[in-house]
Design a protein around this ligand. Structure first.
Ligand SMILES: Cc1cc2nc3c(=O)[nH]c(=O)nc-3n(C[C@H](O)[C@H](O)[C@H](O)COP(=O)(O)OP(=O)(O)OC[C@H]3O[C@@H](n4cnc5c(N)ncnc54)[C@H](O)[C@@H]3O)c2cc1C
Length: 467
């Protein structure tokens, strides 16, 4: 007999999970419950007067193939776009410095550009060189990203190069951020080569070889769609709906009940929906309430998420002067700014902006601060403009600006995170048959990672439902 599965949340994790269920079992009935009036969750593209503006995530890492594979399958193969490459910068010590060529997330692999950069002092460079002779760092299960790189390469490189590049991805203080949950490959390479620099040099050579297999392919690492990330969501929604998936919008689930052979979902209007299997893909702040009585979920109560906002400024090109030729910059936390990064979107993604205009996108909000909560949109725009005026010159007002608040949107993966997650997942498997929970609060936050986690959860669920 065909089974019916509920998915809670129509973000990228929930939607792609529905896609995978239908691919394997078209006969299976699937309903997605979504609290808001739209699909996509954090993904939100704003289209206006020739602009294509991302208000949440901006793009995805192209080498994580799973998202591209789905895109092609749902008819978006011709819409794929790769970012324009160009110089990226780091704002530190009140100045923009080019990121030294050849570095991988701040770890030097080429000696020449590293020796030439003024971002790191001669002493800092000397200290980084110690990495070549240092034995592997012994760790029990995990170590913070900060501690690992401070020990290998020194404080100066960590604070001025690595932290601005890595910290922003996870919205977590670098000295709390779990290495093994975020960048375990660095530890692997360090152990393999006895040096991080040597390991990363090898990594770079591998990537170069890979590129040589596809001569003429674009150099950029990131992918997008000609009409924005939302076209992925729109096409995926169309695809799954045509396969019979029902999406119930404006249906916030407030409680779930485990029955002998099914799960009951209760929404705010006290409607009860009964399903054989259940997949939860909401942020942990939501689902933790449904497992209030289960101490195994206590970890999620202490797991914080950082609130950020993306701030978009659209200028007429005559109203802005940018002497830097590049795609954007990240900011060292030692700098005195509220923004953490800025993309010169017009340069990185030319399709996003009409001729004669300039689009800039900044991120504001750091772990532990309340700048996003404490200010109105107008105040946030003015803070962002003040910060940006240290790096570029405004000659007039923007044509328009948008502030998109994303409260508690970046789950903080602190030291020990992945072990806790593994044990919670094992507990869920044992205690809640035919139920899985996944999404950005679990193993990784990137869009293709969310898709991959959705696929893994679906595979397990299908197995258990004996489909
Ligand atoms: C500012 C920012 C920039 C980012 N940039 C990038 C980037 O450039 N590239 C990249 O790869 N990743 C990026 N990320 C990460 C990525 O966007 C997220 O990890 C990913 O979108 C999470 O998807 P999800 O489906 O797991 O969760 P969500 O997108 O949060 O979706 C969860 C869904 O559940 C719904 N929901 C919540 N509660 C209920 C309820 N009670 N009942 C029913 N439905 C409910 C929500 O409305 C939502 O639609 C960024 C994240 C942020 C915050």
């Amino acid at each position: 007999m065909s089974k019916n599965i509920a998915i809670i949340g129509a973000g990228i994790t929930g939607l792609s999970s529905a896609y995978f269920i239908k691919k394997q079992h078209p006969e299976c009935s699937v309903t997605i419950y979504e609290s808001s009036n739209r699909a996509g969750g954090k993904i939100q593209t704003y289209r206006k007067d020739g602009y294509t503006i991302e208000l949440g995530p901006e793009s995805y890492l192209g080498r994580k193939q799973i998202m591209t594979d789905i895109a092609i399958d749902i008819g978006l193969g011709d819409e794929l776009v790769t970012n324009q490459t160009g110089q990226s910068y780091i704002y530190a010590k009140n100045k923009l410095y080019p990121i030294p060529g050849g570095s991988i997330l701040g770890i030097p692999t080429d000696i020449k550009p590293f020796l030439k950069t003024k971002l790191i002092s001669p002493l800092g460079k000397l200290r980084a060189g110690k990495d070549l002779f240092k034995p592997s760092i012994e760790i029990e299960n995990d170590i913070s990203v900060g501690k690992f790189f401070r020990e290998r390469l020194g404080d100066e490189i960590l604070e001025n190069l690595i932290e601005p590049l890595m910290g922003g991805i996870y919205g977590t203080n670098i000295d709390d951020l779990s290495l093994m949950s975020t960048f375990p490959e660095f530890k692997q390479r360090e152990e393999e080569f006895g040096s991080l620099i040597k390991g990363m040099r090898y990594e770079k050579e591998q990537r170069q070889k890979q590129r040589q297999l596809y001569p003429g392919s674009p150099k950029g690492q990131f992918k997008q769609f000609r009409h924005g990330l939302n076209s992925f969501i729109e096409n995926l929604t169309d695809y799954v709906t045509k396969q019979g998936v029902e999406i119930k919008y404006n249906t916030p689930i407030s409680e779930i009940r485990k029955k002998q052979k099914s799960y009951e979902l209760i929404n705010d209007d006290s409607n009860i929906y009964r399903h054989d299997g259940l997949l939860i893909t909401t942020p942990h702040e939501t689902f933790t309430k449904w497992f209030e009585k289960d101490p195994a979920f206590n970890y999620f109560k202490s797991m914080d998420s950082t609130s950020v906002a993306t701030v978009v400024l659209a200028f007429d090109q005559h109203n802005i002067e940018n002497i830097y030729d590049g795609t954007g910059f990240v900011i060292a936390r030692t700098s005195n700014t509220d923004i953490t990064a800025c993309t010169w979107t017009t340069k990185k993604w030319p399709f996003t902006t009409p001729d004669g205009k300039v689009l800039i996108r900044a991120y504001i909000g750091k772990p532990g601060d309340t700048v996003v909560q404490d200010h109105t949109d107008e105040e946030i725009v003015s803070i962002v403009r003040k910060d940006l005026s240290q790096m570029m010159k405004f000659k007039g007002d923007p044509d328009f600006s948008i502030v998109n608040r994303l409260p508690k949107s970046m789950p903080q993966y602190k030291v020990g995170h992945i072990d806790k997650i593994k044990s919670i997942q094992a507990h869920v498997r044992e205690t809640y048959p035919r139920l899985r929970i996944t999404g950005a609060s679990f193993e990784a936050v990137g869009l293709p990672d969310c898709i991959r986690q959705g696929k893994d959860a679906v595979d397990e669920l299908i197995d258990e439902l004996e489909l």
